[in-house]
Design a binder for this molecule. Structure first.
Ligand code: XIL
Length: 367
């Protein structure tokens, strides 16, 4: 018969373990975000997964993954009708066993397309298959396994001078504005389980130019939704500048509220903070990056329509090196939560603070 003291001791020990597990549960960005009811994750590439130190660390920190390059059209369809899902599948097969959600980026973009695409769009009768056929093939391949798809990426460019603010891209030239409606409808039919996202950048900043871009974006989305285009969410890329003009939190708040009032969910899809153009002092740069990220995410996470935050990578280790002039100056980019040795930076801590400080969401099933 155990003594009363030993029963109490074992109960305390168990409570300590449980508390320890609970506390340890909240020691990654993914866990901190999930505890508040949102997803944190990042872009990753297959060569990052081959780093035996990084891969398990990525699996601990991220709860959602997006392919940094491997699901762009140049990678998936290098030759007309010849699809190569090998790299994309390897990322998906890393995400799923690690309990991560997986999002697709991107079905329709004016960049990262195979060299044969423009001529295919110009061939009589080939263009519909070139757009609809591609989306159907790709979205069907991943059907039922995607958290979301960036169906159309960066379709707006007010500088192109159109009254509808659309980018004068190869897609617009081939189809007119209708390519956007076609893309979303085909994606919905191919994978009704995935959130369909319009993804863009240009609405984050404080200037009058950003004001115009925000207005153009809301007008574009409102008209598309009114036409019955199945857009579920706005993807705000979230590329910030550490030493540029500071985010105007009130303007950002109003814009995000307007998106929510359109019935849209909000994803931050490619967050990073460019730390060039200021000091070479690493502590100064890291501090400015963390401050910019905190200022941005505090507003983003205050909107209950925000469901996920992804950084465009997790560690500085895998970033493209800067130009030779910057390299000569000793600059190496430090845009992300972990440094080149996978150590947590001030940005990691500021993101952790943003997730911890946010009002908890009602828990959803996909966390
Ligand atoms: C970039 C990737 O980081 C590069 O590796 C690739 O060569 C081109 O695309 N906005 C986007 C992303 O939507 O797809 C871009 O990513 C960065 C800008």
């Amino acid at each position: 018969m155990a003594s009363a003291a030993s029963v109490v001791a074992s109960a305390l020990a168990e409570r300590t373990v449980v508390a320890g597990i609970a506390a340890s549960r909240l020691t990654t960005l993914g866990a901190l975000a999930a505890d508040r009811g949102v997803l944190y994750g990042c872009a990753a590439s297959t060569f990052e997964l081959r780093n035996q130190t990084f891969a398990p660390l990525l699996a601990r920190e991220a709860r959602i993954l997006v392919a940094e390059y491997e699901m762009k059209r140049a990678a998936l369809e290098p030759q007309p009708g010849q699809f190569d899902f090998t790299a994309a599948d390897s990322l998906l097969n890393f995400a799923k066993p690690n309990g991560m959600a997986f999002r697709g980026h991107t079905l329709v973009w004016h960049k990262a397309n195979p060299p044969w695409l423009e001529s295919a769009l110009a061939s009589p009768g080939g263009k519909e298959r070139t757009l609809a056929g591609y989306i159907e093939s790709v979205a069907s391949h991943f059907r039922g396994r995607m958290h979301s798809w960036d169906v159309v990426n960066e379709a707006l460019a007010p500088a192109d001078g159109r009254s509808d603010n659309l980018r004068n891209s190869l897609w617009l030239k081939a189809f007119g504005p209708a390519y956007i409606d076609l893309a979303f409808h085909v994606a919905r039919a191919a994978d009704p389980h995935a959130l369909l996202v319009y993804n863009d950048w240009g609405c984050e900043g404080p200037s009058e130019k950003h004001d115009r871009f925000r207005a153009a974006t809301l007008d574009f989305l409102e008209r598309a939704i009114a036409r019955g285009v199945p857009i579920d969410a706005y993807g705000m890329q979230g590329h910030l500048q550490a030493f540029g003009p500071k985010i105007d939190q009130a303007k950002l708040h109003r814009f995000l509220d307007a998106l929510k009032n359109l019935g849209l969910r909000i994803l931050i899809t490619e967050h990073d903070v460019d730390d060039s153009g200021g000091s070479l002092d690493i502590a100064v740069r890291d501090g400015a990056v963390a401050d910019a990220s905190r200022r941005f995410l505090d507003v983003v996470l205050d909107n209950t329509a925000t469901e996920a935050v992804l950084t465009w990578g997790l560690s500085d280790r895998f970033l493209d090196p800067p130009g030779w002039k910057e390299t000569l100056r000793g600059y190496r980019p430090r845009l992300l939560p972990l440094d080149v040795d996978f150590a947590r930076k001030p940005m990691w801590r500021s993101m952790a603070q943003s997730f911890t400080a946010m009002r908890p969401r009602l828990r959803t099933s996909n966390l």
